[in-house]
Every structure is written in C-alpha cells, then in structure tokens.
Design a binder for this molecule. Structure first.
Ligand code: ATP
Length: 238
C-alpha cells in the first residue's frame, strides 16, 4: 500500500449560512493522480481552498503526510510541499514571465537550486523561455496555464492541486495541458485535479471522486467512473 499523502475526514465548510461542503472524506496516496469532478457550484474549488488553508473548516480534519495541518497557515503548507495552482491561474500580467516563475520559489532561499529549477522549467516549457522577459499578459491562455503550472513547480511540490487547468482553452491546447498533467505523474508528483472536463480528467486519473452539492456521491477508479452509467449521464454528456 502506498503512503497516504492527504487524508480528509468528515470535512465541512460554510460560507456564513451557506454550507458548501458536508462530511467530505477523501484520501490521496503517494504518486496518484486523483480527480474531483462535479457540476458548477458542487464545492470543488472550496475543497482545494480549504486544503491549501485559504478557508477554515467548520468541522473535520486534514492530514498531510500524517500530520494534522488544520491550523497551519497556507505558507507552511506550501513549505510541506502542498502547492495550489488556482482557478483562473492568478498570473500577474504586468510582471515578466520570469518574475512570475520566481514568485513560485518565494518560500525557498537556495538561490543556486532555484536557478537550476528555472532552467528545468524552461526546458519543459520552451515557450516560456522565449517569452521570459515579456509581461505575462502577452501570453495566450494555454501559455498562461503552463506558466501557472511552472510557477507551482518552482516550489518543488510533492502534491500539486490543479483547479480547472483546462478552463477556457481550445481543444488542442487542452490536450497539451492534459499531457503536462501526465508528465507531472512521471516526475513522481502526486496530483489532485479539479476539472469540468470530466472525461479527460477521468482518463488521466487513477481514481476519482464525484462531488454533488457539497457531498461525495461516488468514489472509484478513473476507469470505473468513466464507464459508470450514472456518472456518464450526469457529467459526461451521454
Ligand atoms: P465552480 O466550478 O463553479 O468553481 P465548484 O464546484 O468549484 O464550482 P465552489 O466554487 O466550491 O464550487 O462553490 C460551492 C458552493 O459554495 C456554491 O454553492 C457557491 O455558490 C458557494 N460559494 C462559493 N464561494 C462563495 C463565497 N465566497 N461566498 C458564499 N458562497 C460561496
């Protein structure tokens, strides 16, 4: 059995009177790619934001590498290797591509290794090297998503949480983003992927969870969910 990296137990989160998550239990193990799918408003973003420490749970526990991190601020979770690539990418458009990447290393002080990692990321995404000195807003949507993932990699993640990386991208670019997600796995990075694009997400994922109205309604392997009639009807447009 692989080591458990993230373990969420009985997690509930509210925005004032609105309960967004109810009694969530999920587990992510070493090296897995796990996807969370579900309709708009199901609570996917809320779950990632709670894991990264941006939102406080009303109830329940979050363990990272067996340690209860419920009271740790976001930057300490980053130091432990939990990296969040948010929905909408959060690129700083007027800053250069290079400075956006360097921002990902804000919790590190190993200058030489930071430079080496920059080099690796430019090799992984040559387009970012070509545009290194340009303002990030001049990149296309797909390139900005690569930048957001590259910035996440600069933090040396053990677990990467990606919120809707394919949102708003053309089909061919979506294909590129999914192959990048596959390559994260090859690098040994554990991935928690939130996607509207359920079909492709289930294809890259070892396992998936379906969220409906703040609850987990299905939990299974990616392949089984991909072939489940119920899930097909609700999320895969069949
Ligand atoms: P999407 O794909 O649209 O982001 P989601 O599955 O990520 O959907 P969440 O954004 O987590 O869903 O939202 C879950 C629920 O919480 C929704 O009912 C939403 O309206 C509500 N919600 C989200 N953010 C807030 C907020 N800041 N204040 C109040 N309610 C919120």
């Amino acid at each position: 059995m692989m080591e458990t990296i993230i373990k969420v137990s009985n997690l509930s989160v509210s925005y004032g009177p609105i309960q967004a998550l109810r009694g969530i239990d999920i587990e992510v193990r070493q090296g897995e790619t796990v996807t969370l799918i579900g309709a708009n408003g199901a609570g996917k973003t809320t779950l990632l934001q709670t894991l990264s420490g941006l939102l406080k749970p009303r109830e329940g526990t979050i363990e990272l590498f067996g340690e209860n991190i419920g009271r740790k601020p976001p930057h300490e979770r980053v130091k432990m290797g939990l990296i969040h690539v948010p929905e909408g990418r959060a690129i700083l458009g007027r800053m250069s591509v290079e400075d956006n990447l360097l921002m990902g290393a804000y919790c590190r002080d190993d200058e030489k290794e930071i430079q080496e990692d920059m080099e690796k990321i430019y090799n992984l995404f040559p387009i970012l090297r070509e545009h290194a000195r340009l303002p990030a807003r001049t990149l296309s949507g797909g390139q900005q998503q690569m930048l957001a993932i590259g910035r996440g990699l600069m933090a040396r993640p053990k677990v990467m949480m990606l919120d809707e990386p394919s949102l708003g991208l053309a089909p061919i670019v979506i294909g590129e983003i999914f192959s990048i997600i596959r390559s994260l796995r090859e690098r040994g990075i554990t991935v928690l992927l939130v996607e509207q694009n359920a079909k492709q997400a289930l294809k890259v994922a070892d396992r998936g969870y379906v969220l409906e109205n703040g609850r987990i309604t299905h939990a299974d392997t990616g392949i089984n969910l991909l072939h489940s009639e119920e899930v097909l009807k609700a999320y895969l447009g069949a």
